[in-house]
Design a protein around this ligand. Structure first.
Ligand SMILES: [Zn+2]
Length: 405
């Protein structure tokens, strides 16, 4: 089936088009990377994508309530509905210089691969479909979404899947390996534990409960948690803040905890354990230094990325792998990671994260680089993949069924 689609005249023309469009795609890629888009402040880059989607003649182009940019290539039957996405945001604050520098053919710019490359691939794929007259059977929705990185907390896709929708499959282009297929989402819950006490002078107020002492007892308890190996579950206290001076009993202290797991149950279980540990720590501190002004703890959730798994041989993985192999590339079903696909996976909607073209390194650092040599192979593979899922009029039926919840 994949072979029929690949060898069809229209698909061959589209693949050839993508190769010829490579230089233009790189030009757009460099334009996009220079537009700052820190998580929660993606407006400039979003507006730019909105303009490009409109100019390409996508249908129903719009920016939704949270800033995701969407546009559709309508299919003959309008079903199934497959969404192909790349995220707008980067981990870099607006102050970072984003001007791309090309040295020996390698492009250096923060965010050049993660995930600006995906945005450029969306554009060239739309052009290839329009220019070669491909008619899909189902609808293909292109999405440049906000809020994938840490501080974004997947808010873009959470919004899309949090309301009524008719999406039958979701594919995010967000992996540096061209043959990558990620079908499991590591979830994470993140918390800030805020310890509060009255505080005072270290000598004259000695005996008052201390926010820092209570925090120390809590971390000592959490550090002894035993986690299961399967489903892999981890935790980390990554940031500690608090106190004002060495001779002040601290009135305020806080730490941030990250819990990760493939399993939603384990995320919940370790969250409860950590909250209990913090409450016990405060009680211990109040017992050690009994005083009418008691120490207390306020727990604030600062991150919620749902987790979920799909079998390695489920339909969406098989279609993706078949498309990768049909293009002469090596398919690699990769270990779980935390991406936009987490959200649909957690809801049972078929979803994967796949690779882009080119070679790259230095993700999430200001030294991030991208080698555009043969990068067109990424959009070629991704076009074949989504057309297999959504079907191509007169050539191949949609391989992805309608999702039934
Ligand atoms: Zn990314």
């Amino acid at each position: 089936m994949m072979q029929t689609l690949l060898e069809s005249k229209t698909m061959q023309a589209a693949l050839e088009y993508l190769k010829e469009d490579d230089a233009r795609t790189l030009k757009e890629h460099l334009e996009l990377v220079a537009i700052p888009a820190p998580s929660n402040h993606e407006e400039l880059r979003a507006k730019d994508m909105l303009r490009r989607f409109t100019e390409l003649g996508l249908e129903d182009v719009h920016m939704d309530e949270v800033g995701n940019v969407l546009g559709t290539v309508k299919g003959k039957l309008g079903s199934p509905v497959v969404m192909l996405a790349g995220h707008l945001d980067t981990v870099f604050p607006a102050s970072v210089d984003l001007t791309p520098k090309i040295i020996d053919g390698i492009v250096h710019a923060p965010g050049i691969t993660d995930d600006t490359r995906a945005l450029a691939e969306l554009l060239t794929i739309v052009r290839a479909i329009k220019e070669t007259g491909i008619t899909p059977i189902g609808d293909l929705v292109f999405c440049a979404n906000v809020g994938e990185e840490g501080l974004g907390d997947l808010r873009g896709v959470k919004h899309i899947f949090g309301k009524k929708n008719n999406i039958d499959a979701f594919i995010s282009i967000d992996n540096p390996k061209i043959g990558a297929v990620v079908n499991k989402g590591i979830g994470s819950y993140r918390y800030r534990f805020n310890f509060i006490a009255r505080g005072g002078h270290s000598f004259s107020d000695f005996g008052q409960p201390s926010a820092i002492h209570a925090l120390g007892i809590a971390i000592a308890k959490i550090a002894q948690f035993k986690v299961p190996q399967f489903p892999k579950t981890t935790y980390n206290v990554g940031v500690v803040e608090g106190g004002t001076s060495v001779n002040t009993i601290a009135a305020k202290a806080s730490f941030r905890l990250d819990i990760r797991s493939d399993s939603q149950e384990e995320l919940k279980r370790f969250s409860s354990l950590a909250i209990e540990a913090a409450q016990e720590a405060v009680e211990e501190e109040n017992r050690l230094r009994p005083h009418e002004d008691k120490a207390k703890v306020i727990v604030e959730q600062i991150g919620d990325r749902p987790s979920g798994t799909q079998p390695d041989d489920c339909l969406i993985v098989n279609i993706a792998s078949a498309a990768i192999m049909a293009m002469g590339l090596k398919a690699e079903v990769r270990p779980s990671s935390s991406t936009d696909a987490n959200v649909p996976i957690s809801l049972g909607i078929p979803a994967i994260t796949v690779g882009c073209g080119g070679r790259s390194g230095g993700s999430h650092t200001e030294q991030e680089w991208f080698d555009p040599k043969d990068a067109y192979k990424g959009p070629q593979k991704n076009l074949l993949m989504v057309m297999a899922m959504v079907g191509m009029d007169g050539v191949q039926e949609a391989m992805m069924p309608k999702f039934k919840s």
